[in-house]
Design a protein around this ligand. Structure first.
Ligand code: NAI
Length: 483
């Protein structure tokens, strides 16, 4: 078998395979889905274009999708988040060799340039032969955006010229679409018509999908994986509780105890971040725009303040909002000497890196990859992690396997569901919708992870179930319950 792929070095495959083997042990949900559905091959005929951080945990997801019958092409959804050994191992495959790879075409390496990033995203959507992908598995919505914008601009007859308002990334994105349309003028119409649906991993990507659906522009149905309870209340919270600290330690090894840490945003990610910083002994200050989340933070014992008022006290500033311009160039100039600033939200616009680069007399020194010291004209400096991109994947290896097993079990179930029943995910006018998985599947994902933690679940008696008005087998909560 031969196929196209682009990774750093296939010689890393053995190291990657060892890590995948250990991760499988920590991913009981995915392994249970392989055991349950492997024989039935529910994803036979699925051609999945996946855009999600190419880590060891993602390798177990990819190989689960393959075990269920899918063909897959994969790219990372961030230029810094690939673990090169995992990418190599997925290409080689469990049964392949470096000389004769038998796995999955992966287009991802740590430290892609922006043009390379978009070329990789294009590569997962560009299948050899006549048939394109029929499913997207997305994280942050970049693959979905490429199909939508590609088709929109194709219909308009041109890609709008790059203007001053465009971020560097959007300029690069436009250039990529221009190139694809020059090579194949109907590419994005053809690809979008072949796609049955997308399953989306994260808050920011889901936000984009709801915006498209509200505007009536969503081209195919979507399952919102992020808002499965067993995703956002676990990965976003407990995952970040683990990987924020991991990123800070690997990047700087600065002692966190006793320091002042500001966390912007007290949603699921911010809650996990604040808890982990407090666990290390930091004095944590939270900034919020939502009174409910601000009150939660206050009642959890954190000071709630405005960034402008506390930026000068902070030793560590973490953004976790999914918003833009949360830390401005002015904020960074007001920070303490050698303070650390990092973002754990999906996109790099939470910290105004472009504005920082324009500060008079500023210089940038690479301490090591993804750790930079920015020195101001007065000689003081700040440390910026992963150039403002999500630091838990840029400076560390993202969330650990066990929590990702929950997220990726939801992904796998969502792919099976949407591939089998795309017509069920449209509204009464036939317009594609964005939907979360039903609660019994959410509960199933949780159930698949209890044994591994030695948790013994209490079973309802029939009369108790009747008293509560639920079925003994669940679902146990109404849709409006918030956990
Ligand atoms: P969320 O919506 O639960 O929380 C975000 C919070 O930020 C909200 O409470 C909101 O009110 C607040 N906020 C918005 N603008 C603000 C501003 N200007 N200043 C202060 N607070 C502000 O979203 P969630 O799930 O916590 O995700 C946050 C970001 O992290 C998203 O971009 C998401 O895609 C990303 N994410 C990253 C992960 C990682 O591994 N790095 C994992 C999961 C999500």
């Amino acid at each position: 078998m031969s196929f196209d792929f682009q990774v750093k070095d296939l010689a890393l495959a053995e190291a990657g395979r060892h890590q995948i083997r250990l991760a499988e042990h920590e991913m009981p949900g995915l392994m249970a889905l392989r055991a349950e559905y492997g024989a039935a091959q529910p994803l036979k005929g699925a051609r999945i274009a996946g855009s999600l951080h190419m880590t060891v945990q993602t390798a177990v997801l990819i190989e689960t999708l393959v075990a269920l019958g899918a063909q897959v092409r994969w790219a990372s959804c961030n230029i810094f988040s690939t673990q090169d050994e995992a990418a190599a191992a997925v290409v080689v495959g469990p049964a392949g060799t470096i000389e004769n790879p038998q796995g999955v075409p992966v287009f991802a390496w740590k430290g892609e340039s922006l043009p390379e990033y978009w070329e990789c995203t294009d590569a997962i959507l560009t299948w050899p032969g006549a048939e394109g992908p029929n499913m997207i598995l997305d994280d942050g919505g970049d693959a979905t955006m490429l199909v939508h914008k590609g088709r929109e601009w194709e219909a308009a007859g041109q890609v709008p010229p790059t203007d001053e308002q465009d971020s560097e990334e959007f300029g690069v994105f436009k250039a990529l679409v221009r190139t694809t349309l020059a090579q194949d003028p109907q590419k994005w119409t053809r690809i979008s018509e072949g796609i049955k649906g997308v399953t989306e991993e994260t808050t920011t990507g889901v936000h984009r999908l709801y915006q498209l659906a509200e505007a009536g522009e969503l081209l195919f149905p979507a399952i919102n994986v992020n808002d499965s309870v067993t995703k956002s209340k676990f990965d976003n919270k407990y995952g970040c509780r683990h990987s924020l600290i991991d990123g800070l330690n690997r990047a700087t090894d600065v002692l966190i105890g006793g320091k002042v840490a500001v966390v912007a945003g007290y949603g699921d990610v911010g809650k996990g971040c604040a808890e982990s910083l407090r666990g290390q002994g930091a004095r944590v200050i939270v900034t919020e725009i939502d009174p409910i989340c601000a009150l939660q933070a206050a009642m959890d014992g954190y000071q709630v303040a405005r960034m402008d008022d506390v930026i000068g006290q902070a030793d560590i500033v973490i953004t976790a909002t999914g918003c833009f311009d949360v830390v401005t160039a002015e904020h960074m100039q007001a920070m303490k000497n050698k303070a650390i600033v990092a973002n754990i939200g999906h996109f790099d616009n939470e910290i105004d890196m472009a504005g920082l680069g324009r500060v008079d007399g500023i210089t940038k020194t690479e301490i090591k990859p993804q750790v930079h010291e920015w020195t101001f004209a007065d000689g003081t400096s700040i440390i910026v992690l992963s150039e403002g991109r999500l630091m838990n994947l840029g400076n560390a290896t993202g969330h650990p396997s066990f929590v990702m097993s929950n997220s990726f079990s939801n992904q796998t179930i969502a792919q099976m569901e949407l591939f089998a029943h795309p017509d069920a995910y449209v509204d009464e006018h036939g317009k594609p919708t964005v939907t979360t998985l039903p609660k019994h599947l959410d509960e199933k994902v949780a159930r698949l992870h209890l044994d591994a933690l030695g948790a013994e679940l209490t079973e309802l008696r029939k009369d108790q179930a009747e008293y509560l008005g639920v079925d003994v087998a669940g679902p146990f909560k109404p849709e409006h319950y918030r956990y």
